[in-house]
Ligand binder design. Sequence first.
Ligand code: FRU
Length: 512
Amino acid sequence: MSDAIDPTPAFRPLLHFTPPKGWMNDPNGLVHHAGQYHLFYQCYPDDTVWGPMHWGHASSRDLVHWTHRPVALAPDAHGMCFSGSAVVDWQHTFVAECEITTVPRKAVCGTLRADMVTPLVAFFTRHVPGESPELDHQCQAMAASRDGGRSWQTCDTAILDNPGLQDFRDPKVFWHAESEHWVMILTEGQQLGIYRTQGGVEWEKVSVFGAEHGAHDERAWECPDLFPLPIEGSRGEQEGDVDRWVLMVSVQRCGPAGGSGTQVFIGDFDGVHFTPHQPPETVTWFDLGADCYAAQSCSDHPGERLVIGWMSNWLYAHETPTGDWRGAMTIPRALSLHPDEGGEGYVLRQAIPEQVRRSAGALDALVVPRRPAPGSVLELGEAQAALTEFQLQLATGAAVSLRPFGDDSLIFRLERVETGLDVTVDRSVPDDLYAGAEAALAEHFSHQTHHHLPSGPRVACQLLRDSCSAELFIDEGRWVLTELAFPTSPEAMTLSVERGEVGLFGASARHW
Ligand code: FRU
C-alpha cells in the first residue's frame, strides 16, 4: 500500500509495492535504518519501459505501507545508476574516505535522532551505454546520505574500475564480522567477483565463484547477494558452528519457468571464498514461479533476514498490461534455514513476515469440509488481496487445484504421487487475449510448468493473491511459486478436489 498514488485501476496491487508511475525493475539498496525499511529500486519514471536507470526510493515502518520518496540517484554525466545495495555505515568507514561533507553533522543533530545521522551508503553500478552492448562501460560507484536517506550525494570517481569486462555490475556489500572486512560480491559475466576492504575505497579482489556451478545461460549472472543464516535449532551450540551462508544470484534466460529466475546456493564463507555444500551441477531455485527476479536481502535488519524480489520476468516485463506504472515487487519474505530430514543438507524456508500477515483486515476461520469429496469446489477468499492458509492431507493419487482468481487466469495443481508431490502451474491465457499486445506477451506469458517436490502426504499451503499476482508457499515456504496474472474478471480463490482422498485442516483466510 502506498501513499499518494492515483487509484490506477489497472491491476494496481494493494499489498505489493509498485512505483507511483513509470517503469520499475530490480529492488536495490534494501536497508533498515532508524526504524524504517528503505526500498530503492531500478526505475525510469518518465516511461513504462526500461530507460535511463534511476534509483527510486520508498520507505516503510511495516513493509506494508510505503511512503514514496524523491528519486535517490539519477543518471548524470558519469552514467546511469544500475543495481546495487546499501548499508548503514556505522563505523563511518566509507563516508570519511569519500569526503562526502554535505550537511554538517551538528546541524542535523538538533532535529534528527542520533541514529538518523549515521550515514547510509549506497553501492551501485555506473553504466555508460556504448554503441553496441559490447561497448557498454560499467564500473562501481558509491553515494552517501547523511540525513536518513532523504538526500544523496554521489562520489564522482569510481570505487572499482572495470577490469575489461562487458558485464561488471550489481555490487552487494556487507560487513563480514569474523574477518573484520567489508565484502563486495558482484557480477563478472558468468561468475561472481568477491572483493573486500577495511579502509573504504581500496577494494581488493579475493576470489571468484560460480563459473562451474548452478544454472547458466548465454547471458551474465545478475544481482548476487550473500548472507549468513543461523541453522534453526542450533542456537546455543558452540560458536562458529551455527551459521551457513546463502548465496543468491539471478539468471536471465534459463529460469524455472523459462526466462528470469533466482537461484540459491547454501555453503560456507570465510570472508574470502564461498564454498557451496551442493555439487556443482545442482541447481536450486529460490522461487519456482515465473516471476521472482533479482531477489535481494535487507541489510542491517536486526531481526530476521528479509528478501524482496522483482515480480516479473524479462521475457515479457515490458508488455504487462498495467496502466501508467509497470513492475511490482514480491511480498517480502523472512528466511530461515533448517537441517533437512537426512541431516546432510539444509532447507531454506520463506515465510510471509508476521507484520505483513498481521496487517490484514480480519482473520476468518473458513468453514470447509474436512474431507471434501472429489468434484467439490471450495471458496477460500474473495478480497482483492487475500491470504488463505490450510493443510492438505493427500492420499496417493489424490489431486487438488488451486485457482487464485477463480476460473480466470491461473491454476496450481497439486497431485500426490508415490515419491512426493507433483505441482503443475497452468498459466494458459486464451490465444486472443493478448492478440493486440506485442509479441513477447503473447508468446511467453502462457506457460505450463511441472515440478516434482519430495514432500510428504501432509502439505502446508499458503496462497496469497493480489490484483495481478499469486504466491503459493508449499510446505511452510520450502517451495514458493510466484506468478503474475492479469485476470479479466477475477472471482473468489477456490480449491477444487480433482480426485482421490483429500483431508483439509486449519483453513483460514485474511483479507486486506
Ligand atoms: C537485472 C539488471 C541488472 C542491472 C539492472 C539494470 O534485472 O539487468 O543486472 O543492474 O537490471 O536496470
